[in-house]
Design a protein around this ligand. Structure first.
Ligand code: GDP
Length: 444
């Protein structure tokens, strides 16, 4: 997950104040020095850092002692508010045209993630608004780009308009828009060519497409891993193309996050979405307040809940709740659950969205080992359909057969069945409103 070391450093800087009843000007200065270094190290633009630290310092020096909050808590609150402001304060939704179609034009350098974002955004709109998008393949310089868009279109079941590589992009867009009008598509995505560097020919082509299509959104896609470069790219695209919003991709892995933190302040244009992985569901709406909270290690429950909602199907969830209550949760449900949870991304990233969890010692050790998941699945797949539905049937001889069939030791099969039975019992207790044994003490 991006921002990891930034979060550590910021928490370190602020935690020193926590032990103090009173915060002096010297304490604030010391903290601000550490925050400044942390931000610069995360590759945040130096002007943005300067401006941010000044705003925080001005407010932090004069904090009054309030009854409800300690001085340290008030300063964390100020840092959070100013970070949210730097990130743009408001969540800015996609512009929408009053009449169909809403036209969304993509721009950005090669490899930034434009084509992937077209797939992700179209899928997102199909799911949240029942959208019927048309994807226009306007990158004629890379035949592979057209192929890539067609594959994405097939995956999400959306039509792709292409005319190969021998027609000019402007002509392709013109004919694509005509087709969208004929088919009454409500969204049109225009995928465009990128270059390795900004050059005049690229900008001219984009300007021509923009003039012809008159898009409701001109989105710039930047690669979050490129740090300061992403900010420079955003500045020039904005100057030449007057973009309406930004998408920062690759905010997964160990991106330091500086680009995401600087772009709004440098260009004045809102970040609307962020890409967090290669899968089509790895897209998040950008909420400045939630992002700030996550960067400061204060968790982001709302995004966690939304991620869960996006992965879980409501009908299935209701069926599951009934099964838990009636204790009929079986091995087929178990596999389905396992796949859904794995689909939400690395467990340790999800846990960090829970307030207070990001600085839990040992969190980095919590990793779901894909081999372990594969082993559990192999065990279940070696069961007969009756056994999967009736775990009670699993006597020792059946367990021996399953062990042999799945290439495991019997102890491993036994351990997995024991875990399954225990979680089943716990789920039943919880769904009947009781805290499972032991858990009441954890929260009491
Ligand atoms: P384009 O040239 O701008 O159209 O870029 P592509 O959409 O082809 O993406 C370039 C590469 O980046 C591909 O390998 C994508 O799978 C990858 N990519 C795109 N978005 C993300 C992201 O959010 N996270 C990660 N890790 N990879 C991404």
């Amino acid at each position: 997950m991006a921002f990891e070391s930034l979060t550590d450093r910021l928490q370190g800087a602020m935690s020193k104040l926590r032990r103090k009843g009173k915060v002096s000007e010297a304490d604030v200065k010391e903290m601000m020095r550490e925050i400044r270094l942390a931000l610069l190290e995360a590759d945040v633009n130096f002007k943005v850092v300067k401006d941010f630290t000044k705003r925080v310092s001005d407010r932090a020096v004069g904090v009054e002692v309030l009854e409800s909050l300690s001085p340290a808590q008030q300063i964390v609150k100020i840092v959070d508010e100013e970070l949210t402001a730097t990130l743009g304060t408001e969540t800015v939704p996609l512009n929408k045209s009053p009449k169909i179609p809403t036209i969304i034009m993509m721009s950005g350098l090669q490899g930034a993630g434009k084509t992937t974002i077209v797939g992700k955004l179209a899928k997102h709109l199909m799911k949240t608004e029942n959208a019927r998008p048309l994807l226009i393949a306007g990158d004629v310089y890379r035949p592979a780009a057209i192929e890539q868009l067609k594959v994405l279109g097939q995956q999400i079941d959306a039509p792709v308009f292409d005319m190969g590589t021998d027609v000019s992009p402007v002509e392709i867009v013109r004919q694509g828009l005509a087709q969208a009008a004929e088919n009454k598509n409500d969204y049109v995505f225009i995928d465009t060519a990128g270059r390795l560097h900004i050059d005049e020919a690229l900008m001219d082509e984009l300007k021509q497409i923009k003039e012809l299509a008159n898009p409701d959104e001109t989105l710039l896609v930047v690669d979050g891993m490129t740090g300061q470069d992403a900010v420079t790219v955003a500045e020039s695209f904005n100057e030449q193309l007057d973009i309406s919003g930004v998408i920062v991709t690759k905010l997964d892995g160990d991106t330091r996050g500086g680009a995401a933190l600087s772009i709004r302040a440098v260009t004045g244009k809102p970040i609307k979405f962020v890409g967090t992985g290669e899968k089509l569901t790895d897209l998040e709406v950008f909420h400045p307040d939630r992002m700030s909270s996550r960067i400061l290690g204060m968790g982001d429950m709302l995004t966690l809940i939304e991620k869960a909602e996006a992965e879980f199907d409501e009908k299935k969830a209701t069926e599951l709740a009934t099964k838990m209550k009636e204790n009929t949760f079986d091995f087929n449900d178990f596999i389905e659950q396992l796949d859904q949870v794995m689909g939400m991304g690395p467990i340790e990233d999800l846990l960090k969205m829970i307030p207070g969890m990001s600085n839990m010692p040992g969190l980095d050790q919590i990793k779901v080992d894909p081999k372990d998941v594969a082993r559990k699945k192999a065990i279940v797949f070696s069961m007969t359909p009756e056994e999967r539905e009736n775990p009670g049937l699993l006597n020792p001889s059946r367990r021996r057969r399953i062990a042999a069939g799945s290439g495991n030791q019997v102890v491993e099969v036994n351990r997995m069945i024991k875990q399954f039975n225990e979680s089943r019992k716990m789920m039943q207790q919880m769904s009947n409103g009781k805290m499972p044994a032991g858990m009441d003490q954890m929260f009491g």
